[in-house]
Design a protein around this ligand. Structure first.
Ligand code: SF4
Length: 331
C-alpha cells in the first residue's frame, strides 16, 4: 500500500513545495498537504505551541495537528542552511523536535536535514538519513536520487517564477546593477514593494489578505520572490558600510528594499513582520534606516500576531496608499 505522508502547509513549504513534492513522490509516497490556514488550524496551533513563538510557527503546529491522524508519517524538514555562509532562522532547526515534543500520538516524523554545508554523500551515510529511509521504506540510493530530482524540480520552478514576474526584456534586467532607468516594467500607476516572508505573504489568513487588499485598491504588488535571489544578493552587498546579515531570508529582503529604493521601480514599501520574530527585529531596522536616508521612498511596517484584526490592517494600508498616491501626483 502506498505510504501517505503529510506535509504541513506552512513555513518553508511556501518556498520549497516543488522540491518537497518531487522528493516524496520520487520515494514512492503519496503527499497529503494540509488545507489553507483558517481559524480552526490556527486555534489548534495556539493550543499546542509556546506563547513566545511567532505567528507562522504557531500556525505550522496547527497544520501538523490537522494532518497527524490522517497520514502514516509527517514531513517536517530541519532547515539549517541553503547557501554557504548564511543560515535559516534557528526556529527551523528545532522544528521537528518541537513538533515531536508537543504533538501527542504524532505519526513518525521525517525530519530530513537541509544543510548546504553537509554534502549529499555525507548526508546519505548519516543516521538521520537512515531513519528517513526506514520510515519511507527506501534504500539510501533511491533517497539520494530523489534528492537530486527534488533539487532539479526546485530550480526549474525558481526559474519559471522569476521569468513570469521580471521578463528578460524589462528595463531593470536590461540595465542590470549599473545605469538603471526609471522606465517602468509595470503597467499600473502605483506599484508597492511588499517585504515579508513568503510563508506570511502567501498565506492570506496570516497576512490578513495584505496582497489582495492592495490589489483591490488598484495597486500592483511586487515581492522579493519575484526576483532571482542572486540579483537581490548583489543589491544587498551594495551596503558595504555594514556587515552582511547571516540569514538568507534577511539578505533577500534587504536586497529587495535596496533595489526598489535605488531603481525607483516601486512607489512605496510595505514591510509585514511577525511579532516575536528575532531575525526580523534586526532586518526591519536595517531596512528602516536605509529608508530614512531616502525619504522619497515611503515605508510602512505592519506587525502581525494572532490578535491582529483585518480592520486595523485595512485602515493603515488605505492611509498609506493614499499618502503614496498624493506624493506621486505632486512629482
Ligand atoms: S524568521 Fe521570524 S517569522 Fe520566521 S520562523 Fe523565524 S522567528 Fe518566525
Amino acid at each position: 500500500m502506498t505510504m501517505r505522508v503529510g506535509v504541513p502547509r506552512g513555513l518553508l513549504y511556501h518556498e520549497y513545495a516543488p522540491a518537497i513534492h518531487t522528493f516524496l513522490e520520487s520515494c514512492g509516497a503519496e503527499t497529503v498537504v494540509s488545507p489553507q490556514t483558517n481559524r480552526e488550524i490556527l486555534e489548534k496551533g495556539l493550543a499546542l505551541c509556546v506563547d513566545d513563538a511567532c505567528l507562522p510557527v504557531k500556525a505550522f503546529f496547527g497544520h501538523a495537528a490537522v494532518l497527524s491522524d490522517q497520514v502514516d508519517a509527517l514531513f517536517v524538514a530541519r532547515f539549517v542552511s541553503v547557501e554557504r555562509g548564511a543560515y535559516i532562522c534557528p526556529k527551523f532547526m528545532g522544528l521537528p523536535d518541537m513538533i515531536r515534543a508537543r504533538l501527542q500520538n504524532a505519526p513518525p516524523i521525517i525530519d530530513m536535514c537541509v544543510d548546504i554545508r553537509q554534502g549529499l554523500g555525507s548526508y546519505v551515510s548519516s543516521l538521520p538519513c537512515s531513519d528517513t529511509c526506514k520510515i519511507l521504506g527506501v534504500a539510501p540510493r533511491r533517497l539520494s536520487w530523489a534528492v537530486g530530482a527534488a533539487l532539479m524540480a526546485q530550480r526549474k520552478e525558481d526559474r519559471r517564477r522569476v521569468k513570469r514576474f521580471a521578463p528578460s526584456g524589462s528595463a531593470v534586467a536590461r540595465t542590470g546593477l549599473g545605469g538603471y532607468t526609471r522606465e517602468s516594467i509595470y503597467e499600473t500607476s502605483l506599484t508597492i514593494g511588499v517585504l515579508g516572508h513568503a510563508y506570511n505573504l502567501d498565506d492570506a489568513y496570516l497576512s490578513l489578505g495584505l496582497i489582495s487588499k492592495l490589489e483591490k485598491m488598484g495597486v500592483k504588488a511586487v515581492t522579493a520572490e519575484d526576483y532571482a535571489y542572486d540579483n537581490l544578493r548583489r543589491w544587498e552587498r551594495r551596503g558595504a558600510d555594514r556587515k552582511q546579515v547571516f540569514w538568507t531570508a534577511g539578505r533577500k529582503l534587504i536586497g529587495a528594499a535596496r533595489r526598489w529604493r535605488e531603481t525607483g521601480e516601486v512607489d512605496g514599501m510595505v514591510h509585514l513582520t511577525s511579532f516575536g520574530c528575532g531575525p526580523e527585529s534586526f532586518v526591519a531596522e536595517v531596512i528602516a534606516r536605509d529608508a530614512a536616508r531616502h525619504p522619497a521612498m515611503p515605508l510602512i511596517i505592519l506587525n502581525v500576531d494572532e490578535h491582529s484584526g483585518e480592520a486595523g490592517m485595512a485602515t493603515r494600508l488605505e492611509a498609506f496608499v493614499d499618502t503614496v498616491r498624493m506624493g506621486k501626483s505632486k512629482r
